[in-house]
Design a binder for this molecule. Structure first.
Ligand code: OGA
Ligand code: NI
Length: 361
């Protein structure tokens, strides 16, 4: 984006979506201390004091998911240097010339890698990204056709520079991968389910990690780093640096609230699949990223996604006569392929979304 002269109109948001100059900073987004579980491999425990503190934690997670769909966690067990190391290699990678970065560029065939032309709701985002799969290769659906069940693989592309880029990313993936599954156990417990209820969906997970780089923007009042959206997977664990810019739409009044960076914390948000699984007990929250004219910003989301063949529908345990299903089933892999393709074809219609599977009341 450094190659832009005058401000490119493809980045300009419609008036009603432009950021306000003085956004409110969040007090409301819950901050949850994970120390009761951070020293255990999973959330099951033997001692009574542990049991009481875990029960309390489960309550906090449940109410954060219910009321916000967003929270931050501290004392999460991921060592600080893991995070500092991935941030350092990410900064070195993005500091290279466009030509260097484009050696690992993503296209219609190579889904993972570097990309600087992402659009959200058909407006270009002021950012550059580098994507890689948590499983390498990632087993995915080959076709969007419901009758075609052939499969394909996404393979990671790794740059030669900076050195240790790949192993640094892989170490981060391992540690945050453990954290995210512990969070899924807490969420399962908060819904009255067995702790490991969700594990079966992640055997062939299609999760990805993204390095988001937001360069300083000459017109931050017109553009967004990422336009308003909901994450379409299960759960997102995001590391953000100290600059700030992530905003969440508050449910009570529709106000955009800035998520103040908390050193060392991860931001957790509920995705659309969780919304469907829980039949809207937990809902995904709309969020976006504002940019600024002086500081670059880095963020690293881990998008937890199930196996491509997962049929997403409200969990049977949460459905009864009083709680009829609000969604019909859809196959995650088909949805995912449609979304990935839409990055390369400019659509004049709204992209596929979970609302398409909503059952009219
Ligand atoms: C995303 C996203 C937020 C951020 O990449 O989906 O919402 O703070 N990122 O970068
Ligand atoms: Ni997001």
């Amino acid at each position: 984006m450094g190659d832009l002269g005058e401000f490119d109109s493809s980045f300009i948001q419609a008036l009603e979506h432009r950021p306000k100059p003085n956004a409110t900073e969040a007090q409301g987004i819950p901050l949850i201390d994970l120390s009761p579980i951070s020293c255990h491999e999973d959330v099951e425990t033997n001692s009574e004091t542990d049991a009481a503190s875990i029960e309390e934690l489960v309550k906090q997670v449940g109410s954060a998911c219910k009321n916000w769909g967003f929270f931050q966690v501290i004392n999460h067990g991921v060592p600080l240097d893991r995070r500092q190391r991935i941030e350092a290699v990410a900064r070195e990678f993005f500091a290279q010339s466009l030509e260097e970065k484009r050696r690992v560029k993503r296209d219609e065939v190579k889904i993972m890698g570097y990309y600087d032309r992402e659009h959200t709701k058909n407006v270009r985002d002021w950012k550059e990204v580098f994507d890689f799969g948590v499983e390498d290769p990632t087993l995915v659906a080959a076709s969007t056709d419901p009758d075609d069940d052939s499969v394909a693989y996404w393979t990671n592309q790794w740059p030669e520079y900076p050195p240790k880029f790949r192993e640094t990313c892989e170490e981060y993936t391992r540690d945050v991968g453990k954290l995210i599954m512990k969070l899924m156990e807490l969420i399962a417990l908060s819904l009255g389910l067995q702790a490991k209820r969700f594990h079966e969906y992640f055997k062939d997970q299609t999760s990805t990690i993204r390095l988001n780089y937001y360069p300083p923007c000459p017109s931050p009042e017109l553009a967004l780093g990422v336009g308003r959206h909901r994450d379409n997977g299960v759960l997102t664990v995001l590391a953000q640096d100290e600059v700030g810019g992530l905003q969440v739409k508050r449910r009570t009044d529709g106000e955009w609230i800035g998520v103040k960076p908390t050193p060392g914390a991860f931001i957790i948000n509920v995705g659309d699949i969780m919304q469907v699984w829980t039949n809207e007990a937990y809902r995904s929250a709309e969020h976006r990223v504002v940019v600024n004219s002086v500081k670059e910003r880095l963020s690293i989301p881990f998008f937890l996604n199930p196996a491509h063949y997962t049929e997403v529908k409200p969990l049977e345990e949460l459905i009864d006569e009083e709680h009829p299903p609000k969604y019909g089933p859809y196959v995650w892999g088909k949805f995912q392929v449609i979304r990935k393709r839409s990055n390369f074809i400019k659509l004049n219609v709204d992209n596929i979304q979970i609302d398409d599977f909503r059952i009219a009341p």
